[in-house]
Design a protein around this ligand. Structure first.
Ligand SMILES: Nc1nc2c(ncn2[C@@H]2O[C@H](COP(=O)(O)OP(=O)(O)OP(=O)(O)O)[C@@H](O)[C@H]2O)c(=O)[nH]1
Ligand SMILES: [Mg+2]
Length: 266
């Protein structure tokens, strides 16, 4: 081995060592923080539900509670119910979830009711119909721990199971996400997503007044206005159990109108 090669090898060895040391320090720091906060960090997993007896049990069972608890989180499972007339509440209660009855009518009212009661450090929200990947909750928490104020799961960056999203909904979502990006200058590929993560402070910063399915667009708009740090995470999307509650065209128009009003009306 000549001198030039030897010094090159030594240089690259040193670079690796330095990188590993930095990693170790970071990891060590994080672990210490987790130990310090063990049992103190609280997370709510929030499921807005209206007549979801076919999916809610499976969704609750799929929340990786043990893993989250092992990581030092205190986990609360909350179902905010829209006055379901089927077995949704009974199933959720039997599975150990806390039931909150929403004020008003519509998903927007449900989310606002639950946000108003939140007292946990983090909150992860997802549909109760079995379409969103519960196993990704820890990844959302990692982003929140790493400095995100709000995390949006993007189905457009993940895999959408055939039959889970109609062509109309897919096209509408693309159009609305494009509109949201152009109006607010913040990239989003899935402004209608149903899987979100928030810090407590982010929830407190969001001023919301939606009653229905325009709530997601409003959360995005208000988060940008409040200068929150928004992370987008790819997620897969699967077929729903039970009946959809969303009427595509009317909801699409309400979402577009919400995005425009929040941008231009003070
Ligand atoms: N509490 C409450 N939950 C609601 C209300 N409307 C819808 N939801 C819930 O909000 C979530 C989203 O509604 P979905 O019907 O799944 O709408 P979507 O996900 O856009 O449509 P799909 O892709 O067909 O599932 C589901 O868990 C519903 O049960 C409501 O008025 N109150
Ligand atoms: Mg759904």
């Amino acid at each position: 081995m000549n001198v030039a090669n030897a010094s090159k090898d030594l240089g690259s060895e040193l670079t690796h060592m330095l990188r590993d040391t930095t990693k170790l320090t970071l990891r060590g720091g994080r672990e210490m923080e987790h130990i310090r906060n063990n049992g103190n960090r609280t997370v709510s997993v929030l499921l807005p539900a209206l007549n979801e007896e076919d999916g809610i049990g499976e969704v609750i069972d799929s929340v990786p509670r043990e893993l989250m608890e092992k990581k030092g989180y205190n986990v609360k499972l909350i179902v905010v119910d829209g006055h379901s007339t089927d077995k949704t509440i009974a199933i959720a209660e039997q599975k150990g979830a806390k039931i909150v009855m929403q004020n008003g009518k519509g998903k927007g009212f449900a989310v606002r009711t639950a946000f108003g009661l939140n007292n946990t450090d983090f909150l992860i929200m997802m549909d109760a119909d079995g379409t969103y990947p519960c196993d990704q909750i820890p990844r959302f928490l990692e982003h929140l721990e790493d400095g995100a104020d709000m995390v949006m799961g993007s189905r457009m960056l993940g895999h959408v199971e055939s039959g889970s999203m109609s062509e109309l909904n897919r096209a509408g979502n693309r159009l609305l996400s494009f509109l949201a990006h152009r109006l607010y200058g913040q990239k989003t590929t899935d402004v209608c997503t149903g899987m979100w993560g928030f810090t407590k402070e982010a929830i407190e910063a969001l001023e919301l007044n939606s009653s229905g399915f325009e709530i997601e667009a409003e959360m995005f708009a208000q988060a940008v206005k409040a200068n929150l740090s928004i992370h987008e995470v790819p997620i897969d999307y699967t077929r729903r159990r039970g009946q959809a509650k969303l009427g595509s065209l009317k909801c699409g128009l309400m979402i577009a109108s919400k995005l425009l009003r929040k941008r231009f009306v003070p």
